[in-house]
Design a protein around this ligand. Structure first.
Ligand code: SF4
Length: 403
């Protein structure tokens, strides 16, 4: 596929939705409708650099051929917008743009996409004195003007500090639901109804709790379901099934994404996993994965996107999995993240966290930075910290039981 080839469309028929469905307000995303009595819509996201037009078009084609109905692309700069402009006209599958800290690019990018995802937890980074309501009103006006839908994309690792401080440290479900509800109620109050909401966490249990809670509070709002940082397959698929199937079986979830840590040329595996999950829920098969048992050691890792700072990130996540096999039964969490946008926040809740820069990897214990290490040095340093943590836990368990 090249920038001059024919238009990229999704030709897969929709998968029958799990029954019974709840009835939400339908929202249109170009030719696709989310919510109402429409089948659950499958989404995925490009892992290529947006400015690498050839690879991004290949990526969109890979995803569309597999059956993605909406493709999300990260945009962080005006150069990304310029790149998007060159290929948007060749793509029939509706494009969604992911704006993290760059919400001010909405006006430049809106003419080229059908949906804008903003993160309410990142709005405070710029124009700090401007109230968040002004920023959201502006985003809604842009969406209206350019015929776009919005997604209020709440993520456990980037909660608005003004909301987070109202909850006990480390809690994520309450703050996520409060933040999502606050933004949804505001959009309703200004008469903007063409939006959906997502509440993503790296814990399947917290995804279930947060989405059930939001669905109870605002049952008419379509939900985009996903488990953030699900990690490498097959465990990432099992975890996502564990998070999404109980919701889908209850008719909750109008659009879904399975996020997997795989290289760009394997991104269609996200779509295949989502299709299989929908088929299984529709047929009443709610098994999560082999044995429905997840290892004690939980490795969470982001799916990577245009923002990934070094493509060695995916290999690093795999090496972490291999290196830590000896501790598979230890109930600890290790997070591996691909960039500085979400890496610092989303490693805070893990026992040990790695977030990748261009030439170095930051190693953290909880929210404390231990240091920065080269890609060659990081694995032995991680092992050292892991062994230390295991020894500390063993000693404290021994003292607790009086040995
Ligand atoms: S952590 Fe960074 S690279 Fe990974 S998916 Fe999130 S934004 Fe993309």
């Amino acid at each position: 596929m090249t920038a001059n080839s024919s238009r990229i469309a999704n030709s897969s028929p929709p998968i029958a939705s799990p029954n019974p469905r709840r009835l939400t307000r339908p929202i249109r995303v170009a030719t696709v409708s989310i919510g109402g009595d429409n089948p659950v819509v499958i989404q995925s996201m490009c892992a290529t650099r947006t400015q690498d037009v050839r690879r991004t078009l290949d990526q969109i084609q890979l995803l569309a051929r597999a059956g993605t109905q909406i493709v999300r692309i990260a945009v962080d700069s005006i150069r990304d917008v310029e790149a998007l402009k060159t290929f948007a006209g060749q793509v029939e599958v509706p494009l969604s743009v992911d704006l993290q800290e760059s919400y001010r690019l909405a006006e430049a990018v809106a003419p080229w996409v059908a949906k804008i995802r903003y993160n309410p937890g990142h709005l405070h980074h710029h124009e700090r004195s401007r109230p968040w309501q002004d920023k959201v009103r502006w985003l809604a006006e842009i969406a209206d003007r350019y015929d776009c839908a919005l997604r209020v994309g709440v993520n456990c690792g980037s909660i608005d500090p003004a909301i987070a401080e109202k909850f006990p440290a480390g809690e994520t479900v309450g703050p996520m639901v409060a933040l999502a509800t606050m933004h949804a109620e505001f959009l309703e109050s200004i008469g903007f109804h063409r939006y959906c909401v997502s509440l993503k966490d790296s814990s399947p249990e917290r995804v279930i709790e947060a989405n059930f809670a939001f669905a109870r509070q605002m049952p008419h709002v379509p939900l985009h379901l996903g488990l953030t940082e699900a990690g490498l397959p097959p465990e990432g698929v099992w975890k996502t099934r564990r998070a999404l199937m109980p919701l889908l079986a209850q008719g909750i979830g109008e659009t879904i994404r399975v996020s997997l840590t795989v290289p760009a040329d394997r991104k269609h595996e996200e779509v295949l996993a989502a299709q299989e999950m929908l088929r299984d829920v529709a047929s009443g098969n709610l098994e999560f994965g082999p044995g429905e048992r997840l290892p004690g050691l939980d490795i969470i890792s982001c799916p990577s996107c245009s923002r990934v700072e070094n493509e060695r990130f995916v290999d690093l996540a795999e090496q972490v999995r291999q290196m830590t096999r000896y501790a598979a039964d230890v109930p600890l969490t290790i997070a591996v993240m691909g960039c500085r946008v979400n890496g610092p926040g989303e490693t805070d809740h893990a026992d040990l966290g790695l977030w990748c820069g261009p030439n170095f990897v930051n190693l953290k214990r909880g929210s404390t930075l231990i240091g920065r290490f080269s890609y060659e040095e990081i694995l032995p340093r991680l092992k050292e910290e892991l062994d230390r943590l295991i020894a500390e836990r063993t000693n404290s368990e021994r003292s607790r039981i009086g040995q």
